[in-house]
Design a protein around this ligand. Structure first.
Ligand code: PLP
Length: 422
């Protein structure tokens, strides 16, 4: 495997993924074990399972063998120590937040966010007394002063959705480590392209509904964790005192029982076996699809940039005029995920373009094998204030596009014919 942190060896992951998902002897496809409950050998074994001393299934809300297979695969390709599969991407994010945050704690949110994460932090966690502040990816004055103040957790997306802003991931990871603050990175848009745990982050979350599956056949999420250090781990900082008991008892793997005991057990955002099976079916071809789609995104962005009529523009960091172009070339040389955006100026013009598309599908998903598009302000962000939309980069004429596996020339032609009649 190529060890340069900025270069993904897609061939390495093609081999790893098909052989991790598939068995060699007996059934090749992963087994679906839908049982909600599991019988114990005897009373002693039951006691051991509940004490986490015997590694066997307890009850499906806490874990299930099909989920466990998926968790092992994702932990491996993310370079993590362990993972937990959840009911959805929001399930993974809310599991981590509720496992670590208490009333009165503060969250720092860096960059533009997916709508669900934004409302989780701003509305739902706020109702439970968790305060927050948001800042742009390069506002290091705010980032550092907030970390200094002792904020409990930092959240960031690898690539802003739908803003497509690119953070200086390594610099933010290093700051969070200096100030012993937990950092959760939402890597939904960039599986394989960015490996935050290998760079020093604590927790990576994914909506596996998106790129990991690709087929839109399974809602799911995964949280992946680093190993807890035997000595001097940031979890031993005084601000994490309420998990110290678990860290001391469970050692290296403590992130898993912290999330299971303090979130999954009580909130139940667990993955189901069939969903995890479908996610694994998608994962077999993840590397192949990520490589193909990220090449297509660049080709299509360049074509649209060259050929769109006056008044319609395409935004992607691969374009020389993009403010993030230098960071793209340095840190995301093989792509930053399936998204690009199109700004039509007004809602009316955006609707007119969308309604002229023949091939592209209108839906709220991303990372699908098919190309998808959606007007942002009237859908996912319809509840949001003007101010929030401005911060998140959601303008009135903005269309988010998620590029799929179709012929890139054919995709570009569909957008060009739709724009030509505006
Ligand atoms: C879709 C998405 C989520 C939420 O995932 P669900 O599986 O829909 O719950 C979180 N983060 C990002 C970046 C997403 O695109």
């Amino acid at each position: 495997m190529n060890n340069d942190k900025n270069t993904t060896d897609f061939d390495y992951f093609n081999t790893l993924l098909v052989h991790s998902v598939g068995g060699r002897v007996g059934p090749i496809a992963p087994a679906i074990i839908p049982s909600a409950a599991f019988g114990y050998e005897n009373a002693q074994e039951a006691e051991g399972i509940f004490a986490a001393e015997v590694n066997k299934p307890l009850y499906a809300r806490i874990g299930n063998p099909t989920n466990a297979k998926l968790e092992g695969i994702v932990a491996k390709f993310e370079g993590g120590f362990g993972a937990i599969a959840t009911s959805s991407g929001m399930g993974a994010i809310s599991m981590v937040c509720t496992a670590f945050l208490n009333t009165g704690d503060e969250l720092l949110c860096i960059g533009g966010f997916f709508g669900g994460t934004y409302s989780l932090v701003n509305e739902t966690l706020a109702r439970f007394g968790v305060t927050n502040s948001f800042c742009t990816v390069d506002d290091f004055a705010h980032i550092e002063s907030t970390l200094q103040r002792g904020v409990k957790m930092v959240i960031m997306e690898s690539v802003g959705n739908p803003s497509l802003t690119l953070p200086d991931v390594q610099r933010i990871i290093d700051l969070c480590n200096t100030y012993e603050t937990l950092l959760m990175i939402d890597n939904t848009a960039t599986p394989l392209l960015l490996r935050p745990l290998a760079m020093g982050a604590d927790i990576v979350v994914h909506s596996s509904t998106k790129n990991m599956s690709g087929h839109s056949a399974a809602l799911g999420g995964v949280a992946v964790f680093r190993e807890v250090k035997e000595e001097g781990d940031k979890l031993l900082n005084e601000k994490y005192a309420d998990v110290h008991k678990i860290v001391k008892k469970m050692g290296k793997k403590a992130f898993i029982p912290i999330c299971k005991k303090r979130a999954i057990r009580d909130f139940g955002m667990t993955a189901n076996a069939f969903g995890s099976f479908m996610t694994m079916v998608g994962l077999e071809t993840l590397s192949l699809r990520v490589e193909r789609i990220n090449q297509s995104v660049e080709k299509i962005s360049l074509l649209l940039d060259e050929k769109f009529p006056e008044g319609v523009s395409v935004n992607h960091p691969c374009l020389p005029a993009s403010p993030d172009n230098a960071r793209y070339k340095a840190d995301f040389a093989q792509g930053c995920g399936p998204l690009l955006s199109i700004d039509c100026g007004t809602k009316e013009r955006a609707f007119a373009l969308l309604n002229k598309l023949d091939l592209v599908i209108l839906t709220a998903n991303i990372g699908d094998n098919r190309t998808l598009a959606l007007h942002m302000r009237s859908t996912i962000y319809s509840d949001f204030s003007e101010e929030a939309c401005k911060f998140l980069g959601v303008s009135d004429g903005l269309i988010r596009v998620s590029i799929g596996l179709e012929d890139p020339q054919v995709i570009a032609e569909d957008f060009l014919q739709a724009a030509s009649s505006l």
